[in-house]
Structures are given as C-alpha cells and as structure tokens.
Design a protein around this ligand. Structure first.
Ligand code: ADE
Length: 230
C-alpha cells in the first residue's frame, strides 16, 4: 500500500511516518509513504501556492495549478486507488471507511490549508473524495491525513505484529474494546477482576464480550443499533 500525501508541510508527515508502528511498517515495506510538497509544483516565480478569494473575505485559498500539477506528478497511480481531499465538509471518516481504503494499492491525500482550496479542484481531479475526521475545524489537513493513514495501516496484515489485537480493538466487531489490566494484580487496593487471573480462557472470553457490550451500551449506544454490531 502506498500513501501519497500532498501538503505544504511534508516535514509533519515525515516526522510521524518515521516513528513507532507506522515507521516500522514502512521499514518492513508493508506500506510506502511519500510526502509531496505543492510548492515544488507551482508555476509562480515567487513559489506562491495560494491567493486571496474572489468576492472578498479573509484568508487565502490554495490555487488550482499547484494542486493539479502536484497530483499529475503521481500518475499513473497503482490501482485500485482512492484520491481524498481533507476538509471539514467531507464524508465522515470512520472504521467502515478505513476498511474500504485498506483494500487499495494507493491512497492519495491532498491536505487543505488556509481557507481551503479552489473548488474547481473537484472537477480537475477525477473521482476525488472529500473526507472529514469530525465536526471541528483544524488549521490544516495534515493531522486528518495522518489519522487516516494510521488507522488504515493498522488494518493491513503485517503492520501490527499481532493482527488478533487489531481484531479485538474497538469498532472491529461493532463494539468498543473491553477493559485491559496488567501487573500488579492489586494496585493501592484496586484489584484486577478475578476471572482474568483464573486461567480459564472460555470464561475470560465471555467476561470480555460482556464488558465490551456493557461499555458500548453505556458510552456509545448508537453503535449497538448500527449494522456493524454483531
Ligand atoms: N481540515 C480542517 N479541519 C478538518 C477536519 N475536521 N477534517 C478534515 N480536514 C480538515
């Protein structure tokens, strides 16, 4: 799987993609990550990539030309591919969306900035999808792109050492994750539930399922009504 992230701040992408599980997945060639700077593709002699909005208003708008040229430098894409642009106005990113993206060979993500991008980019780049990570506004699209890359990478076999831990995680079976405990079994009088110390794997599995249900019912009852839950 190749992630191609188009941004004005490739150093943000590089820093995150070099550390921890994502860094290891990259080293092990489970994923490839390239950060492409729009600014390297501007035709403007002063390396400008943005301009003020027609009709007035505050902020700057990313112009069509650098975005289109940066995108075209990636062609041809490895198919199947998806092309995303990060914006608070997009389709809400969630686990089901991550599962769809995990089927791809290449994911291109264009990071919006300033007041956003020239709307005509939606016509210039075929099959581009607007994606949002939630109903709040960030200063740029780098964090959304990294969230998406991180959650999709976890779903690719080989990225996380134990895939069973991915399957047990929140949302995989439509439920929130069950509670976890580690040593000591008694910390300042706070005890680990006896069943986890029992060695009885069938009972432990039953307890975990019950706790996951209980937690989901308490914190996210909406998930129990969605068609994801089993
Ligand atoms: N850019 C700014 N805010 C965003 C959000 N919530 N999701 C995706 N892209 C964004």
């Amino acid at each position: 799987m190749k992630f191609s992230i188009l941004t004005l701040f490739p150093e943000i992408i590089e820093a995150y993609a070099s550390a921890s599980i994502i860094g290891r997945a990259r080293k092990n060639q489970v994923i490839e990550v390239e950060a492409v700077n729009f600014r390297d593709f501007t035709a403007d002699p002063h390396r400008k990539v943005d301009d003020s909005p027609f009709g007035g208003g505050s902020g700057m708008v990313l112009a069509c030309q650098p975005i289109e040229s940066a995108f075209e430098s990636l062609l041809p894409l490895a198919e199947p591919a998806r092309i995303l642009i990060t914006t608070p106005a997009g389709r809400r990113f969630d686990h089901a969306y991550a599962l769809e993206l995990a089927q791809c060979q290449q994911i291109v993500m264009l990071c919006g900035h300033y007041e956003g991008f020239d709307e005509r980019i939606m016509q210039l780049i075929p099959h581009i999808e607007e994606v949002s990570i939630g109903d709040f506004v960030l200063t740029g699209g780098e964090l959304p792109a990294l969230c998406i890359m991180d959650s999709v990478t976890r779903l690719i076999p080989g990225a996380v050492q134990k895939f069973s831990s991915v399957e047990a995680d929140s949302f995989y079976d439509g439920l929130l994750d069950y509670p976890h405990y580690t040593r000591p079994a008694d910390y300042k009088g706070l005890k680990v539930p006896d069943v986890l110390l029992s060695g009885n794997h069938a009972e432990i599995a039953k307890w975990r399922k019950a706790k996951a249900l209980e937690k989901t019912q308490a914190l996210r009852p909406d998930l129990l009504n969605s068609n994801l839950s089993s």
